[in-house]
Ligand binder design. Structure first.
Ligand SMILES: *Cc1c(COP(=O)(O)O)cnc(C)c1O
Length: 394
């Protein structure tokens, strides 16, 4: 067997082999999956904007006016009015001097962290940060120190150990696999006390958390205070691409130094047009965010009523931890048979032994659909012995 085949076999044996499922049609609360209609509970299109007619039309109009592609990187000849307009709107929305577009959140994190943390510096990273932050740390020529999840005391002891070296603290705002929120006020206070900069990833927070969906930084009243705020256009904003908000000086630095910005083609006009329209819808209809939060609460309550705990989640990301990969995927398949699609999440996305079924809620779900989903998943869990039958009180 070749090395590749052997490695694939090993993944299969450990229950870690992944395959692609086919969605037929746009994102929505219900989708056709491999030919059958299922309740979709693992899309990040939290506000239903990916299929919103206004967003789709904006994409089409931008394609007709500006073309399908930008043709070059921003610094060569790919910088167009739609890019600038979206950056101004994002900076304004987030309460920052400037914003800079990247091709994706993955590119924004890797490029920004590698640019901001050079040799002799230290990046302090939460142990549950997203893979794109981890890869940014790997690319940075700085040292990386991992602090225990949301553990401000541990971070403080590590900061003391760094003895005044330039430092960057990086955290998810909403943690992507757990749905809990970082203690931003405490992190910023620590950063200030130790002369470090703070960077917050709002990939799952923008459009979902905080006033009008402005994110965890805005929710903590720290807009413009946290040094660098990153977010994606591919989740609640229903398009693709990402942005970094910071001071004009930091953004100027990133334009010159972030390699994933400098050496990659500018985001395509239809995508930029779509994201601009989606941001407009979000600003005009903040009730979508309220609806999302209410729905998330409804799902957590319905799961709890079935005996399933969503751990520390306080957001639209609602995981139920199972433990091993194999029973997690068995539960995922059983739930699918019952018409509920929530993805099983395994290592390396989550730490070994913490595989989970992870629900993500949308503003466009009906509360009754969420109750049904909780019930079907609990039935599936009981059918494979992961959950005991409810005991009937005497
Ligand atoms: C999804 C995600 C990213 C990557 O964003 P993309 O635009 O999908 O590349 C970065 N950070 C976190 C926390 C995410 O969940």
């Amino acid at each position: 067997m070749t090395e590749v085949a052997a490695q694939l076999e090993e993944l299969r044996e450990r229950g870690l082999h992944r395959r692609l499922r086919l969605i037929e049609g746009p994102q929505g609360p219900r989708v056709l999956l491999d030919g059958r209609e299922v309740l979709l509970l693992c899309s990040n299109d939290y506000l239903g904007l990916a299929a919103d007619p206004r967003v789709r039309e904006a994409a089409a109009e931008a394609a007709l006016r500006w073309g399908a592609g930008a043709g070059a990187s921003r610094l060569i000849s790919g910088n167009m009015a739609p890019h600038r307009e979206l950056e101004e709107a994002l900076a304004d929305f987030k309460g920052y001097e400037r914003a800079l577009l990247f091709g994706s959140g993955y590119l924004a994190n890797t490029g920004t962290i590698a640019a901001l943390a050079g040799p002799g510096e230290v990046v302090f990273s939460d142990s549950l940060n997203h893979a794109s932050i981890i890869d940014g740390c790997r690319l940075a020529r700085a040292e990386t120190a991992i602090y225990r999840h949301n553990d401000v005391r541990h971070l403080e002891s590590l900061l003391r150990g760094a003895a005044g070296r330039p430092a960057l603290i990086v955290t998810d705002g909403v943690f992507s696999m757990d749905g809990d929120v970082a203690p931003l006020a405490e992190l910023l206070e620590l950063a200030r006390r130790h002369g470090a900069r703070l960077m917050v990833d709002e990939a799952h927070a923008t459009g979902a958390v905080g006033p009008g969906g402005r994110g965890t930084v805005a929710a903590a009243g720290l807009s413009g205070e946290v040094d660098v705020v990153m977010g994606t256009l591919g989740k609640a904003l229903g398009a693709y691409g990402a942005y970094v908000c910071a001071s004009a000086e930091t953004v100027d630095y990133l334009v010159n130094r972030a390699r994933s910005f400098v050496f990659s083609t500018a985001p395509p006009p239809p995508v930029v047009g779509a994201a601009r329209a989606a941001l407009g819808v979000l600003e005009a209809e903040p009730e979508r965010v309220d609806r999302l939060m209410t729905n998330a609460q409804a799902l957590r309550e319905a799961l709890a009523a079935e005996g399933l705990s969503a751990g520390a989640s306080t957001t639209q990301i609602v995981p139920i931890e199972i433990g091993d990969a194999e029973p997690t995927m068995a539960l995922c398949e059983r739930a699918l048979e019952r018409g509920v699609f929530a993805q099983g999440i395994r290592p390396p996305t989550v730490p070994e032994g913490s595989s989970r079924l992870r629900f993500t809620v949308m503003a466009t779900h009906e509360p009754a659909e969420l109750r049904r989903a909780a019930h079907e998943v609990a039935e599936a869990a009981r059918a494979i012995g992961l959950l005991k039958a409810p005991t009937i009180a005497a």
